[in-house]
Write a protein that binds this ligand. Structure first.
Ligand code: C2O
Ligand code: CU
Length: 472
């Protein structure tokens, strides 16, 4: 039932994982790789990746089964894997120094957890992320619910841009102008590693389209101008199907659509980014193969995820203000521990700044505190300490002229209110906060540990707009 062809980027159907028996171990080798990204730039690019091609094969696991993944680090610097959107134990969350020691070059780390919720997720490093994610370290994780209604095809569309010159070589991945504003945009747009690919869908078939915006900076508005579809999950979380018009997606956000492919073989429809004044095509879908028939109209609903319901009436409200840093807020040098002692303790010659996951530049802050970096005993205090099991409302306040996709680790929250738009409450792990907007989210702090709260425009994250909350 799964796995209609993806035209590009290698096989995207993952190796099925074991059932009740011991889980099959997945090996994820982070290494420098040469990617052949196709399109008007068709050069081979010296990237960093988790697989020989970009994107790596989608990892697929059944909800409640154990995912066991061995990260093998063949990069010249330390790394880790964060499993974006998964409610997992803190020790598996992949934030260097905060939840685990960084995985040094040549070292390995085994991640093992049971995803409690089905949906579309992804994974990526969590230190020096501008460089590591920018060069290609990312992959898609699909958690399947075997009790969900079947589809004829299940198609992953991983959107991201790349910062290339005409020869396909990386240009500056970050700039001060970008990092201090809306982010440094890439010019080469890809879906599954190809520029505007053509992807086959089964003629007349019921299709599940998993769209991921995994760009580091760009907010897109996904649309299917020629094709009726329904939203069936938002950021991995099933909802009762609603007719799809268009959907704004910041970096790290996902959207699953259900649609019935055209009945005529060869017919096409496009996925566009309609955010820009001139919408552009992200991918084209083409009906292929023998026709199947399905009832018209709304697709069957997916099963809801078991996310605890916050008690909003009795919740404590905390405020988080996302702002520019005042220029003098932090002299990064003040935050440095004794570097040679640190290098000796960790037994490495890595450059000190990398060791610390310390921002090179500071432009942003949360509650006036820019993230100073992280190392052994040098973590800043949490932005807030939450009582385990209690309900909280976070008011997320954007006082900057830019849009920020704000992400909380370890919890799936309900978006309940905005001062600027009408919100139909929905679950997510990443919410876009527009200029001058105040958005309220609510959740039960049921997962103990230290959990990152940050902007997912990677240059904002890496230049100060990051902190963490402690659930104790
Ligand atoms: Cu997608 Cu803190 O991460
Ligand atoms: Cu931001």
């Amino acid at each position: 039932m799964l796995g209609a062809g993806i035209a590009v980027g290698g096989a995207l159907t993952g190796i099925p994982l074991g059932g009740a028996a011991a889980p099959t171990e997945q090996q994820i080798v982070a290494a420098p790789r040469s990617f052949a990204l196709t399109g008007n730039v068709s050069a081979v690019t010296a990237g960093w990746g988790y697989g020989d091609a970009f994107p790596p094969p989608t990892l697929r696991v059944k909800v409640g089964d154990t995912l066991r993944a061995r990260l093998i680090n063949r990069l010249p610097e330390h790394t880790s894997i964060h499993w974006h959107g998964i409610r997992l134990p803190n020790a598996m969350d992949g934030v260097p120094y905060l939840t685990q020691p960084p995985v040094e070059p040549g070292a390995e780390f085994v991640y093992e957890f049971r995803p409690p919720d089905a949906g579309t997720f992804w994974y990526h490093p969590h230190c020096n992320s501008i460089e590591q994610i920018g060069r290609g370290l990312m992959g898609v994780l699909v958690v399947e619910n075997p009790d969900d209604p079947p589809f004829d095809a299940d198609i992953v569309c991983l959107y991201r841009d790349w910062r290339f010159d005409d020869a396909g070589q990386f240009t500056a991945i970050t700039t001060d102008e970008g990092a201090g504003r809306a982010g440094t945009m890439g010019s080469f747009h890809t879906v599954n590693g190809a520029s505007a690919p053509v992807i086959d869908v089964p003629t007349g078939g019921l299709v599940r389209l998993r769209i991921l915006n995994l760009d580091s900076a760009r907010v897109i508005t996904a649309a299917l101008p020629e094709q009726p579809a329904w939203i069936i999950t938002i950021d991995g979380n099933p909802i009762a199907p609603v007719a799809f018009d268009q959907w704004q997606m910041g970096p790290a956000m996902r959207l699953d659509l259900a649609l019935r492919a055209p009945d005529r073989e060869g017919a096409t429809f496009t996925l566009t980014n309609s955010f820009a004044a001139e919408p552009w095509t992200l991918a084209t879908f083409r009906a292929a193969g023998p026709a199947r028939s399905h009832p018209q109209g709304e697709p069957p609903a997916l099963l809801a995820s078991p996310i605890p319901r916050p008690d909003i009436d009795n919740a404590e409200t905390l405020h988080f203000t996302f702002s520019a840093s005042s220029a003098t807020a932090l002299d990064p040098q003040d935050q440095l521990p004794d570097l040679s002692a640190l290098q000796a303790a960790l037994g490495t010659n890595e450059p000190a700044a990398d060791l610390l996951c310390r921002p090179q530049r500071i432009f942003w802050a949360i509650n006036q505190r820019p993230w100073p970096g992280q190392a052994g005993g040098q973590l800043p205090p949490p932005l807030a300490t939450l009582t385990r099991g209690r309900s909280y409302v976070f008011e997320l306040i954007n006082v900057t002229p830019h849009t920020h996709p704000i992400h909380l680790h370890g919890h799936t929250f309900l978006v309940i209110e905005s001062n600027k738009r009408t919100i139909t409450p929905y679950h997510t792990d990443t919410v876009l906060i527009h200029t001058k907007e105040r958005v309220k989210i609510a959740f039960v702090a049921d997962n103990p540990g230290d959990w990152m709260l940050h902007c997912h425009i990677i240059e904002h994250q890496d230049t100060g707009m990051m902190g963490y909350v402690r659930v104790a």
